[in-house]
Design a protein around this ligand. Structure first.
Ligand code: SF4
Length: 527
């Protein structure tokens, strides 16, 4: 929550952080768990590195941070410390390609910051997931550019997370007109990807995220009931999340949707049969290999891709055979990270999660939520926390740390980037491929052309101006009504006392001068 907006600060203590992490990891049955630190901006918390390290120590396999990237861009040293502490993914706020596409965040060089953050993070072994909030008419033209950027940099970008706008918080009172213009659904995403990049068929290549459950069930079967951790299973509602996987050749840049050469519908049915048979580790692995071979079409895959590459990918993802592709556990080293990165093929997942708002709220989605938000009062669905009744507001108020004034008195203000201020970086150099054609040089103007407000601030200003205009019109009509219908004599407009200005003091009279009367005599009446 924006502390400047609500007027108070809600900060977790170190004990709070430990308790939240301990509570989530002890849930039975024990599953592999990811944890994501969010904010505000988590990297400016004094506990950030300790929290990453603690999460890793207690058993979270994937420790992530949702970040604007500023601290990571400023300091390679900070990236190294975060990587050493166990940070695996940076979910990097990423609104588009070029500073113009990021200019609504009011930081002068924000895209340069993102590039530098990717450089520093990658060099230190942290993987990057660009997170793109999509608003129709504001930045939906960026979909194709961001995907092209990922395809051009397959070693650096393994995952794209698109998040269509949800109207919550200060946007909750959005007008129907703005919602209709800005609303962006997962179906829009699938079609924009095809229209802007030519990649994928919406009805063939996009699947609910929960599609992965068939494969995680298989993985649990292969690892057996004695395995310490179960596979992370994703069971969210189909309206919450969808994705398309693209196989990218890191050497040639060639790419193809995985489901264009791997018949996913039939594959899922085949794997479900293998799971239902429950024949133990090696027969289940053979079953998966047969199902894969049966549904694979080598003529539609990228030129250098082979069936064995697909089997290796599955094995690497689920650790079925026990072959060492580079460890991912708490004891992984930079050598493990490099080993995993040597794979020629990038399995680029293009995913979308459409967070809920009051317009599309669905309790069934909340029941199946896979993003529990950890709070001092327990865990709650991310959407339930941020939408509607305002659980976030209630819980943060219950556990308020200090008023904003008191907080600033005691801690001072952290550096604020606004009004086009640039982030000072040691260097802006990067080794990303950035083709000219995808760099945005001016903001998207669709809503300006339609005359529709772009955000809640603009909407409020317009509403105020419209009210003033309407009040004036009402007063004018009332006056006409009194005059012409009620036949009231027009009264002179009252002048408010406050607006009367005192007459200036008369200047001192000049001394009288003897003058000759020059007035012309005119005759009196009757002359
Ligand atoms: S946070 Fe939960 S309820 Fe909200 S869109 Fe994601 S999975 Fe669905």
């Amino acid at each position: 929550m924006d502390a400047n907006q609500v007027g108070f600060v809600h900060e977790l203590t170190w004990e709070d952080i430990q308790t939240l992490l301990d509570n989530a990891i002890t849930i039975k049955p024990k599953r592999q768990m990811s944890v994501q630190f969010s904010g505000g901006e988590p990297t400016i918390s004094p506990y950030f590195l300790d929290a990453v390290s603690y999460a890793r120590k207690v058993g979270y396999t994937s420790v992530q941070a949702a970040t604007n990237g500023i601290e990571f861009a400023k300091s390679p040293e900070f990236c190294r410390k975060a990587a050493d502490a166990g940070l695996r993914y940076a979910y990097l706020q990423f609104d588009g390609i070029g500073n113009a596409a990021n200019s609504h965040r009011k930081v002068g060089n924000l895209f340069d910051v993102k590039l530098r953050a990717i450089e520093n993070l990658y060099n230190n072994g942290v993987d990057i997931v660009p997170v793109i909030t999509l608003i129709n008419g504001i930045n939906n033209e960026q979909v194709g550019r961001v995907i092209q950027f990922a395809l051009d940099n397959p070693k650096r970008i393994p995952f794209l997370s698109f998040q269509p706008v949800s109207f919550t918080g200060r946007d909750e009172a959005v007008t129907d007109e703005r919602r209709m213009a800005q609303r962006y659904t997962l179906a829009h995403l699938a079609h924009d990807v095809k229209n802007q990049t030519g990649l994928g068929e919406p009805a063939r290549d996009w699947f609910p995220l929960s599609f992965i459950s068939t494969f995680s069930d298989w993985s649990d079967l292969v690892h057996g009931p004695e395995h310490q951790w179960g596979q992370l299973s994703c069971g969210c509602h189909p309206n919450c999340g969808v994705g398309m996987a693209v196989m990218v050749d890191k050497q040639t840049g060639e790419s193809a949707p995985v489901t264009s050469f791997w018949n996913a519908d039939q594959l899922a049915k085949d794997v479900a049969r293998v799971n239902d048979a429950a024949r133990g580790k090696w027969l289940s692995i053979i079953g998966m290999a047969l199902a894969t071979a049966r549904n694979y079409d080598p003529f539609k895959s990228p030129t250098h891709f082979k069936l064995t590459d697909l089997m290796k990918k599955l094995d690497k993802t689920f650790g079925a055979t026990g072959k060492n592709y580079g460890k991912v556990g708490a004891d992984r080293t930079i050598q493990d990270i490099e080993k995993r990165r040597q794979d020629r093929w990038n399995f680029l997942l293009i995913a979308g999660m459409w967070f809920q708002d009051l317009f599309n709220y669905d309790f069934r989605r909340t029941e199946q939520c896979i993003i529990p938000y950890a709070t001092q009062e327990g865990e709650i669905s991310f959407c339930a926390y941020n939408t509607g009744i305002g659980w976030r507001n209630i819980i943060e108020k219950m556990h308020m740390t200090a008023t904003l004034t008191k907080w600033y008195e005691e801690h001072g203000r952290h550096e604020i980037f606004a009004g086009g201020k640039k982030v000072a970086m040691q260097s802006a150099e990067h080794s990303m491929v950035l083709r000219d054609g995808i760099i945005t040089t001016e903001v998207q103007h669709d809503l300006d052309k339609l005359g529709i407000a772009k955000n809640s601030g603009e909407e409020k200003l317009r509403a105020r101006a419209a009210k003033i205009k309407q009040d004036e019109e009402n007063a004018r009509m009332a006056k006409l009504y009194r005059q012409h219908v009620l036949k009231e004599q027009p009264t002179p407009d009252l002048v408010p006392l406050g607006s009367i200005q005192l007459a200036p003091k008369p200047a001192p009279k000049p001394a009288p001068v003897e003058r000759v009367e020059e007035r012309e005599e005119v005759g009196s009446f009757g002359d």
